[in-house]
Design a protein around this ligand. Sequence first.
Ligand code: C5P
Length: 223
Amino acid sequence: VPRMSVAIDGPAGAGKSTVARELARRLGFLYIDTGAMYRAITLKALRRGLNLTDEESLKALANESRIELTTDPDRLTRVFLDGEDVTQAIREPEVSRHVSLVAGLPGVREVMVRRQRELARCENVVMDGRDVGTVVLPDAQVKIFLTASPEVRARRRQLDLQAQGHHVPLDSLIQEITERDRQDSCRSVAPLMPAPDAWVIDSSHLNAEQVIEMIAARVLGRL
Ligand code: C5P
């Protein structure tokens, strides 16, 4: 049976991870959250007090770091950095605020992209991120660009945070999301954009289940 890759890219808060994780579970594919990898490196750099624009030392840091992603049967994705469970820590606002800076360094991307390709080499994967369809897995059989309006994405993020006990005003979330979109779309290396052969899905008026079914139908049609 030929190996199959599903690439899911899109802006922050479009629902990529929810969709990608559940899709992977239904298909029996490995789920890889590439954003979590950039977050883990950012966390480590912040903890060490490194200058986040120093490409040389950030690249070295990426090279010497062990990042493992696991998805357990109850669909919780855990992230380990050098053996430490950093699942919660990488979602802290401090990391979210700085991750685009770190992910914008070509040296860091080179290391991460190489690892992401290795993960997809021997397994069927659903991989989500910003540049999976364009850079990491340009030969992926199914490419999705999942998006939604900034207001809808901010509202979803607000509900997520609320569930974790954080109350953040909608305005500041819209601002944060718009700023991260700008940084991710305007950077020179691997900017956020749909691959020419990507299927663009606007989930503003779709729920996760509807999006999962649309993508699953396409994947099954390809198998
Ligand atoms: O997906 P998530 O929001 O956790 O990603 C965090 C950040 O990591 C993004 O805003 C982006 O700057 C960066 N990223 C990236 N390339 C990827 C995945 C994430 O540059 N493939």
